[in-house]
Ligand binder design. Structure first.
Ligand SMILES: *Cc1c(COP(=O)(O)O)cnc(C)c1O
Length: 405
């Protein structure tokens, strides 16, 4: 994360990559320009030692290329494409691999923006969709697909695990098996995982059969709540398609965002490990507190629970997202949120500062009440993203705010 993919000799010996704040790149000569375009537009295959030449910043830019190279390391992916936002990454993947008539199977709940794009925008364009809950078994899901009447058109399984905000885990191997059950020689049903909640450190979906991993890099990867960006990773063949659509939508990240993320990546591991360490202490405090009814945190799943084995298999850490029910109603939840002094009342997650929010009226306000009930998103549920502050300070703040409930 410190030096991979960057050659100081190409940048006047600068130890860090400069910000290549430029729209276009000067060709050495006309032949070089021609060669670059042939490769960029797929008019011929790239030669063995040939690198994709720099043409124009909507197609490629050094800050983005170095960032993409570094991101491939965490997920051990062949290729990566970075985007102007997590939503740009999600929507570009969905648009590239779903055509009118296709069936999309997705887990529920997914990120609100993703849900809106699927339900309000893709459906209008003739894409069918079927949803499943983390509690659904493989046979439940297979039945839902068959009952949709579009089983033969299944093109993609899209999921988020652990589910936001209650940390329910979905079996990625099972999703692969479901996709395989509807794949044919001509058509591979793709599995795409939004890994924003646990990645890129603690969960690696490609190892569990996913074809594509997407991120809101706004969260842990950026980590400082000061940049919006996204990423998508997978095989060279799939990412080539994703990058081609990105070129024509023009929703790549800019050089300044790319540079900020390169800087963020240097501390990614220390930040995430510190956040996870703090979260263990916070969860431990919450679980015994008389004003707390229930804590949703991967580190507190009982060993006898079916979810425990899944958690141990898929995740290398309980992460830094904790949700909990206060005893009472929305009034009590709001009293808690309004009394916080160190923890900020804001949506988003994964940053250095701890954040708290109320899913039922904020991030998940668009989810119909009956679905919220199925997913335990009650009016007394609070979601915390734990930051890198001193754990004792975070706990002190939660303790004094709970005293106001
Ligand atoms: C934030 C988020 C997104 C959207 O990312 P943006 O960078 O805000 O566009 C997508 N998925 C998940 C799980 C998120 O948390």
């Amino acid at each position: 994360m410190m030096s991979y993919g960057y050659k100081p000799e190409l940048s006047e010996g600068a130890i860090k990559s400069p910000i290549f704040q430029t729209s276009t790149f000067v060709f050495r000569n006309a032949e070089a320009g021609k060669a670059f375009f042939e490769v960029a537009y797929g008019l011929r295959e790239k030669g063995k030692s040939e690198e994709l030449g720099l043409i124009y910043s909507r197609i490629n830019n050094p800050d983005l290329e170095i960032l993409e190279n570094r991101l491939t390391l965490w997920d051990e992916a062949e290729e990566c494409a970075v985007f102007a936002s997590g939503m740009a990454a999600v929507t570009t993947v969905l648009m590239e691999f779903l055509t009118p008539g296709a069936l999309l199977l997705h887990s529920c709940p997914v990120y609100g923006g993703t849900e809106h794009f699927i339900e309000k925008i893709l459906v209008k364009r003739g894409i069918h969709c079927v949803t499943f809950y983390p509690t659904d078994s493989k046979s439940d899901i297979l039945r839902k697909i068959r009952e949709s009447g579009h089983a033969d058109d299944l093109a993609m399984v899209f999921l988020e695990t652990p589910a936001n905000p209650t940390n329910a885990i979905i079996d990625m191997t099972m999703c692969r098996e479901i996709a395989d059950a509807f794949s044919t020689k001509e058509k591979r049903v793709l599995v795409a995982v939004d890994n924003t909640y646990m990645g890129p450190l603690w969960q690696h979906p490609l190892k569990f059969g996913a074809d594509l991993v997407v991120y809101s890099a706004t969260k842990y990867i950026g980590g400082h709540s000061d940049v919006i960006a996204g990423a998508c990773l997978g095989s060279a063949a799939l990412i080539k398609r994703v990058k081609t659509l990105r070129t024509f939508l023009g929703n790549m990240a800019g050089p300044w965002s790319g540079w900020l993320l390169l800087r963020s990546l240097e501390t990614l591991k220390v930040r995430m490990e510190c956040q996870a360490g703090n979260a263990i202490r916070v969860a431990d405090f919450l679980k015994g507190h008389p004003k707390v009814e229930k804590v949703y945190y991967l580190g507190l799943i009982p060993e006898c629970d079916k979810q425990y084995a899944l958690y141990r298999r898929q995740c290398s850490s309980p992460g830094a997202m904790i949700s909990f029910d206060v005893r009472g109603t929305e009034t009590h939840a709001f009293r808690f949120l309004n009394a916080l002094r160190l923890i900020r009342l804001a949506v988003s997650l994964g940053g250095t500062e701890s954040l708290a929010e109320h899913p039922a009226t904020m991030t998940h306000a668009e989810v119909p009440p009956e679905e919220r009930a199925v997913m335990s998103i009650s009016e007394k549920l609070i979601r915390l993203s734990i930051g890198v502050e001193n754990a004792s300070d975070i706990i002190y703040d939660i303790d004094q705010a709970l005293a106001q409930v």
